[in-house]
Design a protein around this ligand. Structure first.
Ligand SMILES: [Zn+2]
Length: 119
């Protein structure tokens, strides 16, 4: 059975727009993934640099811990100073127990005023 030319064109157009949409979506997803990967890579590097500077020791209780047991604390939280997010000087190696006691743990620093001292 022969297709009518309108149907052929419609099919072609549909395939074409599908392709464009898929490409657009894929490109978007790829860009988002790259951004996320770059962000997490920066974060990992920052975290490791903080641990190295602090000699893998919790800066509050003095516990010496491996990297997977240590946490990198932002002295000035991201919500207050996003430009310091990956600055080693804004990081502090803490054990989990000490980290949860900080003012800004888990986004609590969100409500702090700019410049207010946080541990
Ligand atoms: Zn500690």
């Amino acid at each position: 059975m022969c297709k009518r030319i309108e149907d052929v064109i419609a099919d072609e157009l549909l395939a074409l727009t599908d392709g464009i949409q898929t490409l657009g979506f894929e490109t978007m997803r790829r860009r988002q993934r790259k951004k996320r990967e770059a962000g997490s890579l920066n974060y990992k590097a920052w975290r490791y640099a903080v641990f190295t500077r602090d000699k893998f020791t919790c800066q509050l209780c003095g516990a010496k811990l491996p990297a997977d047991k240590l946490e990198a604390h932002h002295i000035k939280p991201f919500s207050v100073a996003p430009e310091l997010e990956h600055m080693v000087s804004n990081g502090l190696a803490l054990c989990h127990e000490c980290h949860v006691k900080t003012d800004s743990y888990g986004g609590r620093g969100h409500f702090k005023e700019k410049g207010e001292k946080t541990v």
